[in-house]
Design a protein around this ligand. Structure first.
Ligand SMILES: *Cc1c(COP(=O)(O)O)cnc(C)c1O
Length: 364
């Protein structure tokens, strides 16, 4: 079999280690996974009810246009229904963007380290990568604007950034958008949008009127707690959405995902509660890190990247042996660090207890 040569250069995505895998390997019965930024509080009970209510309709194809979800989400966001495109998670939204705009002879600009899938999809499409190092864990938008050239088609801004958790501010983003040529697409990946509490975080939907070369990506996987249902969406001009519709699979979001997302959207109390609990959990970590003198990036997400100044894979394994799955910084371009998803207060206590043993050298 001879695949296209360049797809072999695209790394295979390395997901967080599955819970059952760790249970088996370490003979444990209780394992906590804080590796994939999943919501520790699950999802709105209304989402579950909506799924159950739909279970008699499994033989039918889903509504390819996601109309009910589309209408409600458009109203919620204050945009036209035609300004939305749905994906099988944001992962598919950014795949569609790459498929539509990148090819050999073009290039794409992104930060480094950032979310791995921008890079993978660009490689698959044969586009050249222009990776601009983060500055103190934050997108260096000035350098990214300067890196754009005639062949640039897409620029990726992960805001907040995964894995550093940092944001670019309204002022920084506006200055950047003014510099980007009008025929270069700017993707704002806002997977953690609902977790952000910093008032400097840009309100990007109103920017769409001034910048038709902008697309905002959001998802039901993170704060809404519906990662398994695979529903993400893009918000852009109607023209941009109509271009992307050409590369969208006919039934890319499932019916259960659509009904669950719609119900979850209507439970904003759940979202608010999770946002608040997340900030409390974040404080558990930052208080401890300050006390222990550990460097970390200020995070507006539901995860935190902390520098333990120790071999990341070794620390990762020590946590595994204690039944806790984190994400090693080695896999994320931050050697020496661990990325920890904020859990429930009890889960955070457990992580911090192990971490204390590691920083004091008690856990060999
Ligand atoms: C989690 C994540 C996504 C993908 O989420 P989906 O589950 O595919 O919706 C996209 N971008 C970033 C930055 C993420 O962290």
């Amino acid at each position: 079999m001879q695949p296209k040569q360049r797809i072999l250069n695209a790394p295979v995505y390395q997901p967080g280690k599955p819970i059952d895998d760790v249970k088996r390997e370490y003979g444990l019965t209780e394992v906590i996974k804080l590796a994939s930024n999943e919501n520790p509080y699950g999802s709105s009970p209304k989402a579950k009810e909506a799924i159950v209510a739909h279970l008699d309709n499994l033989a039918l194809y889903p509504d390819g246009a996601s109309l009910n979800l589309r209408w409600d989400l458009a109203e919620f966001l204050g945009v036209k229904p035609g300004q939305l495109i749905f994906g099988n998670g944001s992962d598919e939204s950014l795949l569609m963007i790459s498929r539509a705009y990148l090819s050999e002879g073009t290039n794409t600009v992104m930060a480094s380290p950032t979310f791995s899938q921008y890079r993978s999809n660009a490689i698959i499409e044969g586009a050249e990568l222009i990776e601009v190092p983060l500055k103190n864990g934050v997108h260096d938008l000035e350098a990214m604007a300067e890196a754009i050239n005639e062949q640039t088609r897409v620029v990726w801004v992960c805001n907040p950034n995964n894995p550093s958790g940092t944001i670019v501010t309204t002022t920084e983003l506006e200055a950047f958008l003014k510099k980007v040529p009008k025929d270069v697409l700017v993707v704002l990946d806002e997977a953690y949008y609902e977790y952000v509490v910093d008032p400097e975080y840009p309100k990007t939907i109103p920017m769409l009127a001034e910048y038709p070369n902008l697309i905002i990506l959001r998802t039901f996987s993170k704060i809404y707690g519906l990662a398994t249902m695979r529903v993400g969406y893009g918000i852009a001009s109607e023209e941009l959405v109509s271009q992307l519709e050409h590369v969208r699979e006919p039934f890319n979001t499932g019916a259960l995902g659509q009904v669950a997302a719609r119900a979850a959207l209507h439970d904003q109390d759940f979202v608010k509660k999770c946002r608040e609990l997340n900030r409390e959990g974040m404080k558990q970590y930052t208080d401890a890190f300050e006390e222990w003198g550990l460097d970390y990036f200020p995070s507006q997400t539901n995860f935190i990247l902390v520098n333990l100044n120790q071999d990341s894979d070794e620390v990762f394994k020590k946590f595994l042996s204690k039944g806790i799955i984190l994400r090693s910084g080695n896999a994320l371009g931050h050697p020496g660090y661990q990325r920890i998803t904020i859990g429930t207060p009890e889960q955070n206590e457990k992580v911090l207890a192990v971490l204390k043993e590691i920083v004091t050298g008690a856990l060999k």
